[in-house]
Design a protein around this ligand. Sequence first.
Ligand code: G3P
Length: 221
Amino acid sequence: MKFFLDTANVEQIRQALDWGLCDGVTTNPSLVAKEGRNMEEAVKEICELVGPDRPVSAEVIAVEHDEIIAEAQERAAWAENVVVKIPLIPEGVKAIKTCTDMGIPINATLIFSCGQALLAAKAGAAYVSPFVGRQDDIGYDGMKSVEQIAQMLYMYDDLNSEIILASARTVEHVIRGTQCGAHICTMGFDTLKQLFKHPLTDIGLDRFLSDYRALQEKLGG
Ligand code: G3P
């Protein structure tokens, strides 16, 4: 499973790269706003930081086909690793097809159901992004939609989208994603850090180090 970082924060991306745990980046308008930065400037910096082999998603703001296409072309010209994020609305699905035919890779975003993923995949989206945490927020089991999408995509040779498990907030989301074959998980920096954590690792390390220090003192003294 590939790990994308869901952030527009350059320091977080730098740290994840240093750990060898960043295969790409996804941004959205809210994440860019959180950093208080101009989208073009932020995305260009992130693209350069991660290098040409790691995709970076940049979202359109437009909601009408022709405007979406214009914004998609603009974002695609920012760097060779830009993937354009388009929301799953009727004009968006139409634009996904147009962009795909033009050779612009698309990440279909704001997907909350298997039916929506099917529309995006049929339009040729390179990636479909089901949002898991936001479904959990309103009492659904968000992972169920990811499982259904995985089952669907693995069954049809003519649907070639990769699944980006998005809005991943917990270790459980990530693990269930691996179990159903989600190709990618995009997660915030806090979720990435949660994956390291286990109380027995901390307790075990403390014990190993103190036992070894005691041995050194015994041998030294
Ligand atoms: O970027 C899309 C998605 O991952 C957003 O996550 O946590 O804002 O629901 P969240």
